[in-house]
Design a binder for this molecule. Structure first.
Ligand code: HEC
Length: 131
């Protein structure tokens, strides 16, 4: 099987799943199911989205609507993010993930997602998490 065929099959499977996921789309129109896959690959080394679980980074369940640097159980925030006057919305999360240190100089969040589609999907996933 060629790589192109494999990708074609994967795309067809993704489309089949997209109909059901459409209602759960975030404000930027991303796909939360794809966002979960990216989240597992690129975020869970440090972040958890399981209720109450803290790791090397703040828990991201309920992050949409939360003020930056305000997870009450995470005690290792940088002064920079605590002082940032930002509330996380799909739009501010998208901007943050495109360049965390550009938005909040001094933040310890090291991961950048340069691909806008990937960012929209991750933001849709985060927005889909109930507190
Ligand atoms: C290598 C560890 C690491 C990885 C991987 C990582 N982060 Fe972070 N992230 C952090 C740390 C540490 C902070 C706290 C930043 C601070 O205190 O300045 C943070 C903060 C954040 C915040 C702000 C949370 C708040 O409570 O204000 C968001 C949102 C975030 N990260 C999203 C992500 C996403 C989405 C991914 C995957 C694409 C990701 N992070 C991957 C370490 C990481």
């Amino acid at each position: 099987m060629t790589m192109r065929m494999v990708l074609g099959i994967a795309a067809a499977a993704a489309l089949a799943g997209a109909a059901g996921a459409a209602q759960a789309q975030g404000a930027l129109g991303g796909d939360p199911a794809k966002g979960l896959a990216t989240f597992k690959q690129q975020c869970t080394a440090c972040h958890s989205a399981d209720p109450g679980v803290e790791g090397a980074a703040p828990n991201l369940r309920g992050v949409v609507g939360r003020k930056a640097g305000s997870d009450p159980k995470f005690t290792a925030y940088t002064p920079a993010i605590k002082a940032a006057r930002i509330t996380w919305t799909p739009a501010t999360l998208d901007a943050f993930l495109s360049g965390p240190a550009r938005m909040i100089p001094g933040t310890a969040m090291p991961i950048t997602l340069p691909d806008p589609k990937m960012r929209r999907d991750v933001v849709a996933y985060l927005a889909s998490l109930k507190r």
